[in-house]
Design a protein around this ligand. Sequence first.
Ligand code: FES
Length: 83
Amino acid sequence: MTTEKKDKGMPIGITLDPGVYYRCGCGKSKNLPFCDESHSGSADLPIRFEIDKRQKVFICGCGLTGEQPFCDGSCGVSLADRQ
Ligand code: FES
């Protein structure tokens, strides 16, 4: 994932129900941070992830995390202040 995304720079806090999700990997989705299949024909594929219980998660918006699709603090933002 590159850092040249429309939602770059900040973690995206969102509460998700249990299920399978696809994080947009191309930046073209009209439903960021989720894939809407706009990547068709692109090498930047979506990142699949599962949520097993309803919870608030922070999706990486900067592209620097080592724990895609989740923010790991590499952006410098403290998630402790955002819970
Ligand atoms: S938004 Fe990318 S590491 Fe926090």
